[in-house]
Design a protein around this ligand. Sequence first.
Ligand SMILES: [Zn+2]
Length: 309
Amino acid sequence: MTTLIFTHHDCLAHDTGPGHPEAPDRLAVVWQVLDRPEFRELERRSAPEADVEQLSRVHDRQYVEAVLAAVPDEGYRRLDGDTLLSPGSRGAILRAAGSVCAAVDAVLAGEATNAFCAVRPCGHHAEPARAMGFCVFNNIAVGAEHARKTHGLKRVAVVDFDVHHGNGTQAMFADDPDLFFASTHQSPLYPGTGNSWERGVDGNILNLPLEPYSGSVEFRQAVERAILPALEAFHPELLLISAGFDAHKRDPLAQLGLTNEDFEWVTRKLVDLADRVCGGRVVSALEGGYDATGLAEGCAAHLKALMRA
Ligand SMILES: [Zn+2]
């Protein structure tokens, strides 16, 4: 009963072009972390491809089909200002979403207490019918609906500590009181959403915007005073984590100043809460993180806490 890792080589083949922050090297960095002695024993499983049915639970079917048809045979196809498809993208985008579904299957089957999906591209900006901010399909939301539709769970929560607001996840959850989404993020910052007055239905959306150059104290207060009590009250049957490491103090895209210890701390808090409310069942998926060292050390801290090491 430990932590499972879901990943796939196809996720390296999503080529975003020269100089793009969401580069294949990010995944290579995470794999190097997984090869460290303390993580080497973790069981790794191949991330399967999500199918159109699974994706269409949170995305418009037309959007899903249009994206898959848009994957180019050569060169790049642009979906928005900074989101591109390359010939290798098909496997990556399908496996990134499929990894969360497979991790949910494994955790709900009791094959592990929790799981981490080491995949790219990230997903939390992807809206029902729009690719955005490096994200094509919303991996974590696809996993949440998979848990409900395939396994009969009623209440699923997502906590998103990526430095950017998970506008896509919020858009998919906002009308459904049995889904809960809580996010800490820097504000102002891309994508500009995530104000504290965006509360969804019955308060099922909880946004904790943090000013640039906030740090550990403000972050931990937001988690401890707002997110943990709200999560406890919501009482999810499964807890999902949008694990971005771009709030790390080294990250070039934001200025939130979190440390490795903050990522370990928040993960331990979430694992402890999951122990109390949902039998410890947690599935985490990689979102952002654009400094190699910040991503590696943030990930290592997160994994250590998932493993309760
Ligand atoms: Zn981000």
